[in-house]
Design a protein around this ligand. Structure first.
Ligand code: GRF
Length: 203
């Protein structure tokens, strides 16, 4: 299974994929890492792992449609079976999302459907929630609204800040995201309309 990962930043989730792909039993390979930011540290991580890197700056395009078209062309050059968003901080056009329908994954730092959008850790704290977490989901045209595949919950502790909570959530992200990539690579995971299926069972 050929995977292309899109990033904008530090790339700790990318690192989890690179580490997973380097292990013998893994069924997928990271073919390329593409960033919309030239200074994303994730590009260094990819380089260190011997993985091809590309930078495509959204600033070089007049609008979202043209950026997404160029991005899709770049991605498709690597003939991926699966495209993974790992901290890619751009909203995608409907055409882009449709083009990769059923083979485009995202991880969102909340227990969806709670807290779509930004500042999820602070919002969970402000709401007085007792738990928080992350969700891996198929990407559809609805922002942070595609079918959930796997969630990890962490307890919110007294004295937590958005930073301490984010750190604890990220430890879980690095476990569940590669696991979902493995399921996909093993042919166990499908998107059927607005539901995700694992081994033919609705999730
Ligand atoms: C993660 O918290 C993820 O949930 C969100 O963006 C962040 C990316 O972090 N979508 P990193 O670049 O993988 O460290």
């Amino acid at each position: 299974c050929r995977v292309v990962v899109l990033i904008s930043g530090s790339g700790t989730n990318l690192q989890a994929f690179l580490d997973d792909a380097a292990s013998e039993a893994c069924d997928y390979t990271v073919e390329a890492v593409i960033s919309n930011k030239a200074d994303a540290y994730g590009l260094t991580r990819a380089h260190n792992a011997g993985v091809a890197t590309e930078v495509l700056s959204h600033r070089d395009f007049s609008d979202r449609e043209h950026f997404d078209q160029a991005m899709a062309k770049l991605i498709d050059g690597y003939q991926p079976d699966l495209v993974i968003l790992a901290g890619f901080m751009r909203i995608l056009t409907p055409d882009f999302v449709r083009h990769y329908s059923g083979r485009l994954l995202n991880i969102h730092p909340s227990l969806l459907p709670k807290y779509q959008g930004l500042h999820t850790h602070q919002r969970a704290l402000d709401a007085g929630d007792h738990e928080h977490g992350a969700t891996v989901h198929f990407v559809t045209e609805e922002l942070d609204g595609g079918p959930p595949i796997l969630q990890a919950a962490v307890p919110i502790e007294a004295g937590d800040t958005a930073e301490t909570l984010a750190q604890r959530v990220q430890v879980q992200e690095h476990k569940i995201y590669p696991l979902v990539a493995r399921w996909f690579a093993q042919g166990r995971l499908n998107m059927d309309g607005d539901r995700a299926l694992l081994d033919g069972e609705l999730l």
